[in-house]
Write a protein of this length. Sequence first.
Length: 156
Amino acid sequence: MSSITESIDVDVDVPTAYNQWTQFESFPQFMEGVDSITQVDDTRTHWVVSAAGVRREFDATITEQHPDERIAWRSNDGPQHAGVVTFHRLGEATTRVTAQMEIDPEGFVENVADKLGVLKGRVKADMKRFKSFIESRGSETGAWRGDVDRPGSTNH
């Protein structure tokens, strides 16, 4: 299992950065290797990804989501991974977006890529592309402002 943490400061306010991150179907526009994401319902997504000629499909569940604060998820099948993205106000129009992930690469190609630091490099590059994507637009492509409480939690 590998741990990856990457942060980037984006020149948009927290609600704009957060709202864009809730638009999972836009991820292929800034995430390398993500072919498509389908939002099945408020907490489930279906992913199609490609890396080094290997195509994988898996489902993921949003395990916690609080507007302008955090979005956490875990995979249900396929390559095992979980993570959280948090949003921190640095200024009126500046937000630090931090992604923390635990990834258990599946298969020989993914394990080699992990050992060579390719996965960490990909996440860093994805965060830079997210910055370019949201700053060039200046506004989000949509928003979902619902709350999803962590399993077993009585409140937020």
